[in-house]
Each structure stands twice: as structure tokens, then as C-alpha cells.
Design a protein around this ligand. Structure first.
Ligand code: XIL
Length: 299
């Protein structure tokens, strides 16, 4: 196959990309994105601050620019993200307790209603666990509404759009030996045992010197899949873009039948949120990097 999306489709998977609405007018960017990828995540446009800037006033203008571009070009869409401690609008940052809990539910209902039946996977909850060795939840205004906030979010999401796969998404959870990975595993196991509606786990996979790729990522994916959830690589970028590491991630996903696909977090290095790490598959001029060829050959 000659593109990442077509190559991934040979095994029933997708190869996706994070899209920024304001870059779609860049023809080099749009040409590569349309040619190579068959799944799209909005890099920022479906987040809470973008979709509900004032309480009760939803704005889907930028989100719909990404969504419509994706669908008009035949791609599926990952929704990102409904409940998160970061990129909250000011009005939400200032809420707490039962008012914040209700605002979270209202937000899930408002955004999922707008896209009902149109989103393949929703990242319902993002980044709820703390880094380091504690295995604890991250302290946040949402966590302080009560430990059950995550399952409440998933139950609301299932009711709002029964057709979407509902994912929990996090970073630094790729290494099986890390406490954060174990904490996330215990939560998913508990949710499956108690019937909390969760369908998938997203592994952001922002690999760098502080949190490098480890070969036990495949074990992690297999162990989560064995709980009865799908898994996905949702925000892949690799500091330095090692061809070997990119190929390893592809091979890990391909080794797990419940791995739905891989999304890279941007098109060219210059589009990356960590541009200084040159972590992506395309050079700033749009040419393919060695890591691109390594990924294509591995798929
Ligand atoms: C990042 C975007 O890439 C940046 O443009 C933005 O300034 C901050 O957020 N984990 C996530 C993503 O789930 O939403 C983040 O995206 C990167 C880390």
C-alpha cells in the first residue's frame, strides 16, 4: 500500500492524525492529511473551553470545521475530550462540588448530542491519574467532586450516544511496570466487573527521554485487551522520531487484535505541540521522514 491509512486498513485498523482547524487552509498540510490518514482527532477544537466557552452556550464552529473536513474526505472521527482537568473554560474552573458535577454531565450531554451517531470513539475522560509512584488519582476540581466522577461521566456518555465507543485516555500508561499504568488497569478492571460502560482505553504515547518507549508496551496493550476493552494509540509522537521506535509501536498494535488503530499527534514537525522534539512523520516542507517509511513498512 502507498499510504498509512490504506496500509492500516489491510488489517482492519485506521491510521489517524490530530488536525488543527486553522491549518486546513495550508494546502501542503491539507494535502498530506487527506492523502495519508483515515481517522481524525481535533487537536483542540472539541475540548471543553472550545465547545462551551460560556456556561450553557455551546459553540461548535471550530469543531465542525474539523469534523466536516474529516467526513467530507471519508475519514472517521475520534472525539477528544469531554471531561478533563485542563483546557476548561474559566466558568468551569471556578465551579466545585455538585455544581461542577452537574456542569460536567451537562457538558457531556451537550457535546455528545451535537455529534450523536457520528463519532467512532469518544475520549470521555482524559488524564485522571497522577504521575509518579502513588497510583493515585490526579488532584483536580473534577476529582474533588468525588471519586465516582469518572464512572458518572461514562454512564452519562453511554446514555447520550449509545453508538460511540467510550474511551478512557491517558499518558505515561504505556510502560506496564509503572504505578500509573497499574492504577488505570485496576480502574478498568473494576469498571468491567461492575458494569460501568467503558469500551476502550487510549494510550497517548507521547514518548520522550523522561517517559521513553519500552518494549513492554505490547504487554500493556494485551493485558488491557484481556479485560474486554479495545485499545488504541491515540496521540503518538516520539522525541527524535526514531524509525525503530515508530516501527515498534506499529508492531505492538498489530500484535493485539483489539488494537483499533494509531493516531499521530500532528502532520509535520512544525505542526507539533512539541515542535522542538521533531517527533512526527513529515518534515516541515512536507517531505516524508525515515520514520514515515518505517511505519508504512511495518503496517
Ligand atoms: C495539546 C495540544 O496539542 C496543544 O495544541 C494544546 O496547546 C495543549 O493540548 N494530552 C492530550 C492532548 O490529551 O489534548 C494535548 O494536546 C496533549 C497532551
Amino acid at each position: 500500500e502507498s499510504t498509512l491509512g490504506a496500509a492500516a486498513a489491510q488489517s482492519g485498523r485506521y491510521f489517524g492524525v490530530a488536525i488543527a482547524a486553522n491549518r486546513l487552509s495550508d494546502s501542503t498540510y491539507a494535502t498530506i492529511a487527506n492523502r495519508e490518514f483515515n481517522s481524525v482527532t481535533a487537536e483542540n477544537e472539541m475540548k471543553i473551553d472550545a465547545t462551551q466557552p460560556q456556561r450553557g452556550q455551546f459553540n461548535f464552529a471550530a469543531a465542525d470545521r474539523v469534523y466536516n473536513w474529516a467526513v467530507q474526505n471519508g475519514k472517521e472521527v475520534r472525539g477528544h475530550t469531554l471531561a478533563w482537568h485542563s483546557q476548561q473554560p474559566g466558568w468551569m474552573q471556578s465551579l466545585s462540588g455538585s455544581a461542577l458535577r452537574q456542569a460536567m454531565i451537562d457538558h457531556i450531554n451537550g457535546v455528545m448530542a451535537h455529534y450523536k451517531g457520528k463519532i467512532a470513539q469518544w475520549d470521555v475522560v482524559n488524564e485522571a491519574f497522577a504521575d509518579g509512584s502513588s497510583g493515585a488519582r490526579r488532584d483536580s476540581n473534577l476529582q474533588r467532586t468525588g471519586n465516582d466522577w469518572i464512572e458518572v461521566a461514562f454512564r452519562a456518555a453511554r446514555a447520550a450516544d449509545p453508538s460511540a465507543k467510550l474511551c478512557y485516555n491517558d499518558y505515561n500508561v504505556e510502560n506496564w511496570t509503572w504505578a500509573k499504568t497499574q492504577a488505570m488497569y485496576n480502574m478498568v478492571r473494576d469498571f468491567k466487573q461492575r458494569g460501568v460502560p467503558i469500551d476502550c482505553v487510549g494510550f497517548q504515547s507521547h514518548f520522550n527521554s523522561g517517559s521513553p518507549y519500552n518494549a513492554n508496551f505490547r504487554t500493556t496493550l494485551q493485558n488491557f485487551a484481556a479485560l474486554g476493552v479495545d485499545v488504541a494509540v491515540t496521540e503518538l509522537d516520539i522525541q527524535g522520531a526514531s524509525s525503530t521506535t515508530y516501527a515498534n509501536v506499529v508492531n505492538d498494535c498489530l500484535a493485539v487484535s483489539r488494537c483499533l488503530g494509531i493516531t499521530v499527534w500532528g502532520v509535520r514537525d512544525s505542526d507539533s505541540w512539541r515542535a522542538g522534539d521533531t517527533p512526527l512523520l513529515f518534515n516541515n516542507d512536507g517531505s516524508k521522514k525515515p520514520a514515515y517509511t518505517a511505519v508504512l513498512n511495518a503496517l
